[in-house]
Design a protein around this ligand. Structure first.
Ligand code: HGY
Ligand code: MN
Ligand code: MN
Ligand code: MN
Length: 426
């Protein structure tokens, strides 16, 4: 059982909620799209400004701040036994185009406030507490999600891929990192040493409707679904949209459209509500109304809590891409699995710490899975992991209507603070 917090110190867990909301609003202003949307893409000027803003808050919280070669930011509060593996918490603050201001941010600014709450309560950690702001949790710029945490967990495949990865403007990952002031050391130096952390807990909005619908204050995540993404390119001979007769066409755009519907078909065939899939990116070349698409590029996102079932869907999508190319006389120029990750399970002792913190705070709570992926998916490979969810309005996320109330955020910060305290004393 995690050491139960000395009950009489509970009242002193005071969160400066208004200040935290102000910080969330200020951070949202570092955006490449107008409010209420937020767009903050890896290594852009807005990302660099946001990093500076958060590092400053870490400094004000008395944390010692450092960054690794790809810009994962670490803020550390040394414990009484600093040689022991630390307890970490954190999340991301990059935001996909036209998204909201809470995804990731609640787990970054909320973590800094949780440290302030513990300091104000006079708590002294035994194990050091460390906040991590992960670089590029979103796949927006380089097509791979959880870039920073994936590297920290020791992904040699990603290390290799980054040597040739470019963004949509043909800028290499290394050049982009250097532009933002990183990549002075080798990217491999990002790999965490074994046993670097004795636990990792991430506070995040649910990005789903369950907690709000059931009126539950806290979600205790038991598992994170298995994400995968695939990029596909078709090539045809294109031509004049009026002059080429139908039997002589091999329309790369229609091949893409047929494959997108095949993704939906294969997902629905899985027989489980837990299997999901969509085509979030579909580009046609040359993109003129009266020119038959000669190239099409699709990016497919498919997930499931059951890894095997998800892999079956991916194989069916591959078979469909081959069949569609043959039927339509187009070339399947690329079928690339960008990532095909296993699910992650939360650690039992971290789950118990989160449950006992919720009970101490008399907050309703429930065990649940995360259908969104998070940096926790990779931290689980190098440390016992747990996630704390708070409700968000209608489950909205990855769109400007994303919203969590000050009360829900405050609850999340208190559960996080108490969980970190319990884990730090173990
Ligand atoms: O897509 C995801 O699950 C995460 O929010 N980036
Ligand atoms: Mn997200
Ligand atoms: Mn997120
Ligand atoms: Mn996420």
């Amino acid at each position: 059982e995690p050491p139960s917090w000395v009950a009489d110190s509970l009242p002193s867990l005071s969160v400066e909620s208004e200040n935290l909301q102000k910080q969330i609003d200020e951070l949202a202003s570092f955006s490449d799209t107008p409010a209420p949307s937020v767009t903050r893409v890896l290594y852009t000027d807005k990302d660099v400004m946001a990093r500076r803003y958060v590092k400053n808050l870490m400094g004000l919280a008395g944390l010692s701040v450092r960054e690794d070669a790809v810009g994962n930011i670490f803020g550390r509060w040394d414990g009484l036994e600093p040689e022991l593996p630390a307890i970490a918490t954190g999340s991301h603050m990059d935001a996909i185009p036209y998204s909201g201001k809470y995804d990731g941010v609640v787990g970054v600014l909320g973590a800094i406030e949780a440290i302030n709450v513990l300091r104000r309560s006079g708590f002294k950690p035994k194990r050091s507490l460390e906040i991590i702001v992960f670089t590029s949790e979103e796949p927006t710029r380089f097509g791979i999600g959880c870039l920073g945490s994936r590297l920290m967990s020791g992904s040699k495949a990603l290390l290799k891929a980054l040597e040739t990865t470019v963004d949509s403007q043909n800028i290499t990952f290394l050049d982009a990192a250097k532009y933002a002031g990183y990549a002075q050391d080798s990217v491999e130096s990002v790999f965490l040493k074994k046993g670097a952390y004795a636990g990792f807990v991430e506070l995040h909005i649910e990005q789903g409707p369950i907690l709000e619908e059931e009126g539950v204050s806290i979600g205790i995540v038991t598992a994170i679904a298995a994400p995968a993404s695939i990029t596909v390119d078709f090539e045809g001979s294109g031509g004049h949209a009026g002059a080429v007769l139908m039997p002589n066409r091999n329309d790369a755009g229609l091949a893409a459209a047929e494959l997108a519907l095949a993704v939906e078909k294969h997902v629905l065939e899985s027989g489980s509500i837990d299997t999901v899939g969509t085509v979030g990116i579909l580009q046609l070349h040359p993109g003129a109304i009266n020119s038959i698409p000669s190239k099409s590029h699709l990016e497919i996102d498919t997930r499931d809590i059951d890894e095997e079932r998800r892999n079956v869907v991916m194989e069916k999508i591959r078979q469909s891409a081959i069949r569609i190319a043959k039927d339509r006389g187009v070339k399947l120029a690329e079928f690339k699995i960008v990532n095909q990750d296993p699910p992650a399970l939360s650690d039992e002792s971290v789950i118990r710490a989160m449950e006992s913190a919720s009970k101490d705070l008399k907050l309703s709570h429930k065990l649940m899975i995360s259908r969104a992926y998070h940096d926790s998916l990779f931290m689980a490979r190098v440390s016992p992991m747990g996630m704390i969810f708070i409700p968000c309005y209608k489950g909205y996320s990855h769109k400007p209507e994303e919203y969590s109330s000050v009360q829900d955020i405050t609850n999340g910060v208190k559960v996080l603070a108490l969980t970190l305290a319990k884990l730090s004393l173990k």
